[in-house]
Design a protein around this ligand. Structure first.
Ligand code: IMP
Length: 344
């Protein structure tokens, strides 16, 4: 037992402060991902993608994310004609997106590809699978110039497997998501920072997916080697996320509901896997947020500030920053003390 490897996540580490930038505005947060346009890549001013969940990214969120400097990944938990309609709207308004697909999803792939879609995200709970490799191969052989994002994996071997199968971008994260119960139900998973570290060793392009609670987590994910992060919960309360706000007269505030892709609610809606399915997600409620642009801009300010603390002018320099592990008391020390005394 003493030789068991240690898995770390965001709260287990901090970045060692370095010599500050002269100004936070000098921090360039832009990132580049492969994309099927004329130049073969897309540069995003903000290294944030919206999650391909039914309650997070449809065409409205995709447009808002692109306007905010990030990118939307459209979900697959809908009928094929709905996915096609979303893709066509994005195409007509020139909003770059990736369209999500599952394995055994040839009809969806064909319909999207026939109308010019070349950016796909293969999205399954455990992407380290032959079925995903076959889907990557199918995309590669049937769609010239296709760009494939594939996941999710959480280990070096999983990432290498997908890279060897032909994936361009790896999505990492098994179990860190805010509405995920995979670790509780299956006993499997990997603390997210360790997952990023392992996958970054082999992936050319890496998305850290799930578990982001604020800009500090994003700075840590980018430092560990992610090219961008994917977020769900932090965007779930925005007007651009699908779904209507619920007004609570007692608190005079509005909230929105969002469901895990493997939650009972989502599975019932999609009738996924019949009796053999396991439910590995929950439905949660979040306060309404003003707008996607506000959420993203606030996160961006924090990322810039983090880069300034370690003296990094861009993401390549950020990766040279060093981590220190923190104890539980070190972590607690960093929380607002009023919060600890329960007086906030
Ligand atoms: P969040 O930003 O912490 O809300 O995490 C969003 C991520 O959680 C998504 O991009 C998915 O990778 C993951 N996720 C979404 N739904 C589920 C689920 O039902 N079970 C497990 N993971 C999920």
């Amino acid at each position: 037992m003493e030789n068991l490897p240690l898995g770390l996540t965001y709260d287990d580490v901090l970045l060692r402060p370095g010599k500050s930038l002269e100004s936070r505005s000098l921090a360039d947060t832009s990132t580049t991902l492969p994309y099927p346009n004329k130049v073969g890549y897309i540069t995003l001013k903000v290294p944030i993608l919206s999650a391909n969940m039914a309650d997070i990214t449809e065409q409205g969120m995709a447009a808002a994310m692109y306007n905010a400097g990030g990118l939307g990944i459209i979900h697959r938990f809908c009928r094929i004609d709905h996915a096609l309609a979303m893709w066509l709207i994005c195409k007509q308004t020139y909003t770059p997106v990736f369209m999500s697909i599952g394995v055994n999803d040839k009809e969806r792939i064909t319909l999207l590809a026939d109308t010019g879609c070349k950016a796909f995200c293969i999205d399954v709970a455990n992407g380290y699978s032959d079925a995903v490799a076959r889907t990557i191969e199918y995309l590669r052989t049937t769609i010239p110039g296709v760009v494939v994002m594939a996941g999710n994996v959480a280990t070096r071997e999983g990432a290498l497997f997908l890279m060897s199968a032909g994936a361009d971008i790896i999505k990492a994260g098994i179990g860190p998501g805010s509405c995920c119960t995979t670790r509780l139900v299956t006993g499997c998973g990997m603390p997210q920072l360790s997952a990023i570290a392992e996958c970054a060793e082999v992936a050319h392009y890496l998305i850290a997916d799930g578990g982001i609670r604020g800009s500090g987590d994003i700075v840590k994910a980018l430092t560990m080697g992610a090219d961008a992060v994917m977020i769900g919960k932090l965007l779930a309360g925005t007007p651009e996320a699908p779904g209507k706000p619920i007004y609570n007269t007692l608190t005079a505030s509005s909230s929105k509901i969002y469901s895990g892709s493997a939650s009972k609610k989502q599975q019932d809606k999609c009738d996924m896997n019949g009796k053999n399915r396991t439910t590995e997600g929950v439905t949660a409620q979040v306060q309404c947020a003003e707008s996607t642009i506000k959420v993203v801009t606030d996160l961006l300010k924090g990322i810039r500030s983090g880069m300034s603390y370690v003296g990094a002018q861009n993401l390549a320099e950020l990766r040279m920053a060093s981590f220190i592990r923190v104890t539980q008391s070190g972590y607690t020390e960093g929380l607002p003390h009023a919060l600890l005394n329960n007086t906030m």
